[in-house]
Design a protein around this ligand. Structure first.
Ligand code: ASP
Length: 446
């Protein structure tokens, strides 16, 4: 018998109907021994997430505005779940205690964490599993820095004592016992930490999509599903905006070689996407795993005669950006040119000052700023050492009438990034997708 850790996101515990689906899934496989839950999410698009409502309570208290009405909405949603599931975990007592703590100056992290805490109490009773709180198990230092090894040791020791347990996601405690949460979406991290602690065979992450698609379905009509993807490929794609999992959820399971399986609570028979470390056994025909991208990058293009002979030139460029606290996303360069590709939203209107400083300190022959550039990343470990991938990609863009303004390919040879006008973004993604995944397989170039 194996061990699976199953983490259920907000939409999977949004109401009693979703809880019933969760139970059916858990009971269908006795390996699903450790269940990690988020707080209830939206039931429909105009609905509110419980965590958002809890943060709102705290904001009201901080501004001396009555929070009771919002708190009542939270309590009513949990009570409705309790009633509809026909269980009694004494939630009213819990709400009394939370309310008292709120009146007595409870912190924002404490109030935000109560969504996961209450959800885990309900799920444990409903499944007949033990409830194991992460307070005292997931640890942060006094400055709020997550303590990885200590948390792993404590989780491992505690979970050994429970054959089956439900564990709240999102939070742990600081040395003084006060609650500290991860950043938003952090229940994914808890799931990953639990999977590592119990040496799970797989970390299942149940959500409301059946894994990843090769391209964004809002751009490409019915794109293919990705069945397996490596951690490295996922990192490249999520950097470009394809996100389902919290970024920090990867490293605990990655280090222990535990696959992550993204599954859909509303479509439990779908195998979803599996994220693995080693893709050598994967279907070799697969060249491209995914295509992702985002708009609104900005390029500072610098030209200086004999730049390549000037020691420290690039360092001086980067130091100026560092002084302004602006990260560089890409750095394509030529013999006497360098382009600094920046994310526009991270530049905070500082570009005119930066350009002035660069003119003064670098004395370039020319410096130009181009806005409205989109980046499109075509990712796949299968492209390494394979002829024709860039030819196919660039050919597709040429035939679609898209001008390529920048090309960047790392030496890992698993990602080709092209810069195009914002206005060409969607056309570029569709063209690349259709070239590598033609509707009629006979049209496949590679
Ligand atoms: N409930 C928290 C949030 O909304 C954490 C999570 O769902 O993972 O961010």
């Amino acid at each position: 018998m194996g061990v699976k850790v199953a983490k259920y996101g907000g939409s999977s515990v949004a109401d009693a109907i979703q809880f019933a689906k969760l139970k059916k899934i858990v009971e269908a496989d006795s390996d699903r021994k450790y269940i990690v839950v988020s707080a209830p999410g939206k039931r429909f698009s105009e609905d509110s997430k419980i965590t958002d409502l809890l943060y709102l309570c705290k904001t009201h208290i901080d501004h001396n505005i009555g929070y009771e009405q919002i708190f009542q909405v939270v309590a009513d949603r949990f009570r409705a779940v309790e009633l509809n599931l026909g269980i009694d975990v004494g939630l009213w007592k819990e709400f009394e205690e939370i309310d008292n703590n709120l009146k007595n100056g409870a912190t924002e992290d404490y109030i935000a964490s109560r969504g996961e805490y209450l959800t885990a109490l309900v799920a444990a009773a409903f499944l007949g599993y033990d409830f194991v709180d992460t307070a005292g198990l997931i640890c942060f230092d006094e400055r709020g820095k997550f303590l990885d090894e200590e948390s792993n040791r404590r989780l491992r020791e505690e979970l050994k004592r429970h054959e089956r347990a439900v564990i709240p996601g999102f939070y742990g405690t600081m040395p003084d016992g006060s609650i500290k949460t991860f950043s938003r979406g952090g229940s994914d991290i808890t799931g990953s930490l639990v999977a590592r602690a119990v040496e799970a065979d797989v970390y299942e992450n149940w959500t409301d999509v059946s894994g990843f698609m090769v391209a964004d379905p809002r751009i490409v009509d019915q794109p293919l599903q990705i069945d397996t993807i490596s951690y490295k490929e996922l990192r490249e794609l999520s950097y470009m905006g394809a996100s389902v999992l919290h970024e920090d959820a990867i490293y605990p399971v990655r280090a222990s070689d535990i696959p992550i399986n993204i599954r859909n609570t509303n479509e439990p028979d779908h195998p979803g996407t599996t994220i693995i470390a080693d893709i050598s056994g994967r279907n070799n025909d697969k060249i491209i795993t995914g295509i992702a991208g985002s708009k609104d990058f900005l390029v500072i293009a610098i030209y200086k005669n004999m730049m390549s002979a000037e020691a420290g030139f690039i360092r001086r460029c980067l130091t100026i950006l560092e002084d302004y606290g602006i990260p560089v996303e890409h750095l394509p360069s030529g013999i006497d040119t360098i382009s600094l590709v920046l994310s526009k939203k991270k530049t905070n209107g500082k570009i005119p000052d930066i350009v002035e400083e660069m003119k003064r300190k670098l004395e370039p022959d020319s410096i130009e700023v181009y806005e409205d550039m989109a980046l499109v990343a075509t990712v796949g470990q299968g492209m390494s050492r394979r002829r024709g991938v860039s030819a196919t990609l660039f050919g597709a863009l040429y035939h679609a009438g898209v001008n390529i303004r920048m090309i960047d390919q790392g030496s890992s040879e698993m990602n080709i990034i092209v810069g195009v006008q914002n206005a060409d973004f969607e056309t570029a993604i569709r063209a690349i997708y259709n070239a590598f995944f033609p509707k009629n397989p006979e049209e496949a170039v590679l």
